[in-house]
Design a protein around this ligand. Sequence first.
Ligand SMILES: Cc1cc2nc3c(=O)[nH]c(=O)nc-3n(C[C@H](O)[C@H](O)[C@H](O)COP(=O)(O)OP(=O)(O)OC[C@H]3O[C@@H](n4cnc5c(N)ncnc54)[C@H](O)[C@@H]3O)c2cc1C
Length: 401
Amino acid sequence: MANYDWIVIGGGITGAALSYELARQGGSVLLLEKEALPPSATRYSYGGLAHWAGKTPLLKALGEEGIHRYRTLSEELEADIHFRELDLLLPIAPGYSVENVEADLADCRIPPQRISVETACELEPLLNPLALEGVLWARHGHIHPWLTTLAFQKAFQRLGGSLLLQTVTGLRRQGQQITGVETPTGCYGAAQVVVCAGGWTRALLRQAGIWAPIYFTHAESLELEPAEVRLRTIVMSAPVQRLELERQAGHPDRDPLWDKPGQEICPPILDVGILQFLDGSLRLGQISRALTDPQAEVDAAASEAQIRSQAERYLPAVAHLPGRWRHCLVAFSSDHHPLVGSLPGWEGLQLFSGFSNPLAIVPALARRFAQQAYGQADEWLPSLSPARFAGSSAAAPLPQG
Ligand SMILES: Cc1cc2nc3c(=O)[nH]c(=O)nc-3n(C[C@H](O)[C@H](O)[C@H](O)COP(=O)(O)OP(=O)(O)OC[C@H]3O[C@@H](n4cnc5c(N)ncnc54)[C@H](O)[C@@H]3O)c2cc1C
């Protein structure tokens, strides 16, 4: 059986960045990803870098560090990740007041500013002024998330890391120690296994009899074909209702429900998001559902109609361009902070997952994780350890049946 210092499960943005950083420190690393072009959260992501949005000292520090890192990341990875900085317009969603949303965002690292409808329409001439009751503005970062992930994967391989397209079907354990992983074609051993499987993380852990306070939403969005229309900004309705859904669905009282199939933990939400990539393709979104079954079926046609009709309010010129419905799972934790580090009670097993708005901070955090693993103490990482939830239901039994 091949043995590594590290096995990283999942080749999305979290696993790719982490593998690269661990290999940079000199570790022997195996990255296992189940598909070359997975229907994953990273692949269908908008690519927004909300470096301004953190509200806690930790998220503020990582946001600042993160945006500095992105400014030179294409050079570092020797690949164009389409990084740019541009205007983000936050029209206030119906039923909310601009004063309340502005007040709620006032403690962000860089609070968004209120702008007039006229200014918003100068920044984005395709906006429908009649739909705008109030607009906030922030300077946002943007990348192509999939190109960035591929860039990390390739840089990792140049450092000598191994990437295999195989599905991890189980964790190998001896007592309370994880010693490696199983795939359909073999077993691989490692001193440390890090789970970066996004929305699949909970199911993978539960299958091995391990509990962690990590959950997932079913996210639906539309991927529109490259079009001649040109958006100058990113448009996202405010407030972000997904955060409230995550707060409710991740409440400790609801944790036992997540082990029961066929549950919908709370009602779905739709946050309008509209943006264009540099190749002209667009994304419209996003519906989030807290369904406990990772394979749950949703009505794609109904969701597509709903997303298009909400996007039409703000940007009628793009809402009906041809495109395809996309679906993926997105991991989250119950306190809007990721789960990074060892699981209490387990040896050889770590998590690097459960991010709510990860893109801005993942590269910076992955570097810190790897540096700490190779002996450099970190001021922030201890507070992100899954041990912060120890005692909630850390000893939750495996579901029966
Ligand atoms: C529509 C949409 C828009 C978004 N916009 C933004 C945004 O603007 N800014 C932002 O910061 N975030 C955004 N997000 C969230 C962000 O994209 C995700 O949180 C992030 O990409 C998750 O990365 P990940 O690596 O944790 O998970 P994933 O990208 O899901 O990667 C997990 C990988 O693990 C693999 N895997 C799973 N199980 C196994 C297994 N058993 N064996 C091997 N491989 C396995 C999967 O194939 C997958 O490739 C958005 C998400 C969506 C859906």
